[in-house]
Write a protein that binds this ligand. Structure first.
Ligand code: TRP
Length: 339
């Protein structure tokens, strides 16, 4: 099939932190697999990050580092389109149009907004909207615009984002109902990638790996940083010769997600039999991670250099994506009676 006949999948990535192994397992690898079946588009949702990030240098840095990490992890820039959300002005124009066909009640029921209000209620605040900016409130509409402006067929997202994709479909439905006589917005389909059903990756303190817990292993760590992060993973005090329970070990749970099956099976046997210490397990884990991160780290480092091919790649991506967005927006404007 020619690329243009394939269905389009759209993935948005919010640049709010240094990409880490949890992202690799939970988002990047499943997305790589999906890219095989679709005409895959990826964008850096930099304006979405602005709802929470107020440091211009950090926003600039994360926007590049997230793009660099995804490419270094294996996205082939010749086969996919990657761009920055902020390079597509059509998105923001469409967001306004969509806000005019979206009921406020729908936004009141959005998970992220409701969670912010619940937190204020729990803290005993009178003003339940305290700390809620309009960017957070309108977040689902901007996300609907991202999706609809690219005429996306499918949107692969984790469970936490599925409501947003359902909203995008609802909002497209409202637009079509009101204006869709000559032009209809495509109703996007939600896809929850398989990895979501799998075990979550624990961080170096045993809780789910997440930047909010400060327990991540970033993709770009140096060999020595990787060694010391792996060393910090807690273990119990079972002596070397005693049998151990691999499933209760954070280091083993991480190993399981990165090592080949035969290595995992063999390690499990050795731990259960006794004679393999936690220190041995950590050395093995370091080797396995370092082997996988080595090439990724080199490519990431090159892309992060100022003036690297990354900037050109994002510019080319933006041109391609904009051409697509322009067609949708022209039709939308005509449908609603602007010009
Ligand atoms: N809200 C998504 C997240 O936090 C990022 C995102 C923004 C997105 N726009 C999108 C994802 C459009 C898919 C499609 O992860």
């Amino acid at each position: 099939m020619a690329p243009s006949e394939r269905k389009v999948s759209l993935t948005g990535i919010k640049p709010t932190g240094e990409p880490h192994l949890g992202n690799l397992i939970g988002a990047i690898r499943p997305a790589l697999a999906l890219a095989e079946q679709y005409e895959a588009m990826y964008f850096i949702a930099d304006y979405h990050a602005l709802t929470a990030l107020r440091d211009p240098n950090l926003l600039r840095h994360y926007s590049r580092s997230v793009a660099a990490a995804w490419i270094a992890a294996g996205l082939d820039p010749d086969r996919i389109t990657m761009y920055r959300q902020s390079d597509i002005p059509e998105t923001f124009e469409l967001a306004w149009v969509l806000s005019c066909v979206t009921s406020k009640g729908l936004m009141n029921r959005a998970h992220a907004y409701k969670a912010a209000r619940d937190k204020n209620a729990e803290a005993g605040k009178d003003e339940l909207d305290a700390g809620v900016n309009m960017g957070l409130y309108n977040y689902p509409i901007l996300m609907a615009a991202d999706i609809l402006v690219m005429d996306s067929d499918v949107v692969p997202v984790g469970k936490d984002q599925s409501q947003h994709v359902e909203y995008a479909a609802d909002i497209a439905g409202s637009f079509n109902h009101l204006f869709g006589e000559h032009f209809k917005l495509k109703i996007p389909k939600l896809v929850v990638p398989e990895a979501d059903a799998a075990k979550t990756l624990p961080g170096i303190d045993g809780r789910k790996m997440s930047k909010s817990y400060g327990n991540t292993i970033p993709l770009s760590v140096s060999e020595s940083q990787l060694k010391s992060l792996v060393r910090r993973i807690p273990t119990d005090s079972t002596p070397v010769e005693e049998p151990k329970y691999p499933d209760s070990s954070t280091a083993f749970q991480i190993l399981e997600q990165f090592a080949p099956v035969d290595v995992t099976t063999d390690t499990r046997k050795r731990l259960e039999a006794g004679g393999m210490g936690w220190g041995d397990l950590k050395s093995l884990l370091f080797e396995v991670l370092n082997d996988q991160l080595g090439p990724l780290r080199a490519r990431y480092g090159a892309l992060m250099e100022p003036g690297s091919e990354l900037d050109e790649l994002l510019t080319t991506g933006a041109e391609k994506a904009r051409a697509r967005a322009r067609v949708v927006l022209t039709n939308v404007r005509e449908a609603i009676g602007i010009q």
